[in-house]
Ligand binder design. Structure first.
Ligand SMILES: *Cc1c(COP(=O)(O)O)cnc(C)c1O
Length: 375
C-alpha cells in the first residue's frame, strides 16, 4: 500500500536524535530554544514549541482566555482537534460555511456568524492553502475578536508574501508524521503578540512562574516558583526538538517535492472531466500538504474502494466536524453547511509526501484513470 502521507527521516535526522540522547537534558534543555528560534525565522514570528498540534490549539485558546459560553467560529472541513480543544474549555462551537473551491472558511459566512459572545475566528489552511487572512483580519478587527490560524497543514506556506505564522493573532502548527515536517508528536504556537505567546507557553508548562519579579508570594527562598493560572504539561522534549531542527533544515526540499507532485497530478488529470482538481489563489504560495480531488458523490465510494484495492492509500479529509456524533444533531443538523457537506461527499485525498517515487506516482495516476473508467 502506498501511504497517503509519510515522514521522511534521513541520516542527519537520526544523528541529531542520537546526539541529543547523550546530552544532559532529555527534555526542556537548550535544544528547545534552538528549535524555537529556528522556527521563528521560518514562520516570521516568535514561537513556542509544544507536544502536539492539539496541544498548540489548547494553548492558543488558553492564551486568549476562552471561557464557558464564549463562541468560537470554525470551519467544518478540518480535523476535530480544531473544535475539541475549545469545546473542552466550555466554548460554544459555531460553524461557518467554507468556500467551494479551497474548502477554507468563507469570510462572508464568518461575518454573518459574529455575535456579542464571539471570542475568536479560527481559520484552517486546508491542504496547505492559506485561508483568506486579509479579509478575516478585517472582520476580526471590526468586531474586536481574536483571529487564530490552525496551520497544521501549512508550515512553509506563504500568503501575500508573508509566511504562515505571522498573519493571525496566534498560529498553531502540528509536527505529526504525516504533516509537512515531523517531530513524531509535536506542535508549536507562534505570535507577534508577546503577551499572548507568553500565556500560551506558560499554559504548556503547568503555569509555573519562575520569575521573581512576578511573584505574589515574596520572602521565599531560591526554590520558590508559583502558579497564577492552571496549566498542563504540553512540553516538547529536547530529543524531539533535535529532530525538529534537523527536519526544519529540509523544509525547503520537502516543499519543492510536494509541489512537484502537485504539478504532476494536475497535469496528469487536467483532461479528466470527472475530476475537479484543487485550485489555488494567485496570492498564495502553499506547501501542498494534501492533494484533494473531487469526483461526483455518486462514484466517490467506488473510486475510493478501487484505489484502495489497487494499493493506493487514499483518505477522505474531512467529514464536516459537526457530523461527528459528539455534536447534538438538534443544534447542529445535517444541512448546516451544505457547501462543506457537498465537498465532503466528493472528496478523496491522493498520496503526497516527500519520498513518493516517480514509479509510485505513475501507479497512482493509472489507478485513478482505471477507477474512473470502471466506476
Ligand atoms: C493534525 C491536525 C491537528 C492536530 O495535530 P496533532 O499534532 O495530531 O495533535 C489539528 N488540526 C488540523 C487541521 C490537523 O490536520
Amino acid at each position: 500500500m502506498i501511504p497517503y502521507g509519510r515522514q521522511s527521516i534521513n541520516q542527519n535526522d537520526i544523528d541529531a536524535v542520537m546526539a541529543a540522547l547523550k546530552n544532559d537534558f532529555l527534555t526542556t534543555g537548550p535544544l528547545v530554544e534552538k528549535f524555537e528560534s529556528e522556527l521563528a525565522k521560518e514562520v516570521g514570528a516568535p514561537t513556542a514549541v509544544v507536544s502536539s498540534g492539539t496541544a498548540a490549539l489548547h494553548c492558543a485558546y488558553a492564551a486568549i482566555g476562552v471561557e464557558t459560553g464564549d463562541e468560537i467560529i470554525t470551519p467544518p472541513i478540518t480535523f476535530i482537534a480544531t473544535q475539541a480543544t475549545a469545546a473542552i474549555m466550555g466554548a460554544k462551537i459555531v460553524f461557518a460555511e467554507v468556500q467551494p473551491d479551497t474548502a477554507n472558511i468563507d469570510p462572508r459566512a464568518v461575518e454573518a456568524s459574529i455575535t456579542s459572545r464571539t471570542k475568536a475566528i479560527v481559520a484552517v489552511d486546508y491542504a496547505g492553502h492559506p485561508a483568506d487572512m486579509m479579509e478575516l483580519r478585517a472582520i476580526a478587527d471590526k468586531y474586536g475578536v481574536y483571529l487564530i490560524e490552525d496551520a497544521a497543514h501549512s508550515i512553509g506556506s506563504h500568503y501575500r508574501e508573508r509566511p504562515v505564522g505571522s498573519l493571525a493573532d496566534i498560529t498553531t502548527f502540528s509536527f505529526f508524521p504525516t504533516k509537512n515536517l515531523t517531530t513524531a508528536e509535536g506542535g508549536a504556537v507562534s505570535s507577534l503578540n508577546s503577551e499572548l505567546l507568553d500565556k500560551a507557553r506558560l499554559f504548556s508548562r503547568q503555569g509555573l512562574i519562575r520569575d521573581f519579579s512576578k511573584y505574589r508570594i515574596n520572602n521565599q527562598g531560591a526554590w520558590h516558583q508559583e502558579v497564577h493560572n492552571f496549566g498542563l504539561n504540553y512540553r516538547l522534549p529536547d530529543v524531539l526538538c533535535a529532530l525538529g531542527s534537523s527536519q526544519l533544515q529540509r523544509l525547503a526540499e520537502f516543499k519543492k517535492r510536494r509541489n512537484e507532485i502537485f504539478q504532476t497530478y494536475t497535469e496528469a488529470f487536467s483532461d479528466l472531466e470527472t475530476v475537479v482538481l484543487p485550485s489555488m489563489r494567485e496570492y498564495v504560495d502553499p506547501t501542498w500538504h494534501l492533494f484533494p480531488i473531487r469526483v461526483p458523490a455518486s462514484i466517490r465510494r467506488s473510486v475510493f474502494d478501487q484505489l484502495k484495492a489497487a494499493g493506493v492509500g487514499v483518505q477522505v479529509n474531512y467529514i464536516p466536524a459537526y457530523l461527528h456524533p459528539v455534536f447534538d444533531t438538534e443544534k447542529y443538523p445535517r444541512g448546516l453547511c451544505p457547501i462543506a457537506e457537498k465537498f465532503y461527499s466528493e472528496e478523496i485525498s491522493l498520496p503526497i509526501h516527500f519520498n513518493l517515487s516517480a514509479e509510485e506516482l505513475e501507479r497512482i495516476i493509472q489507478a485513478l484513470f482505471n477507477s474512473i473508467a470502471h466506476k
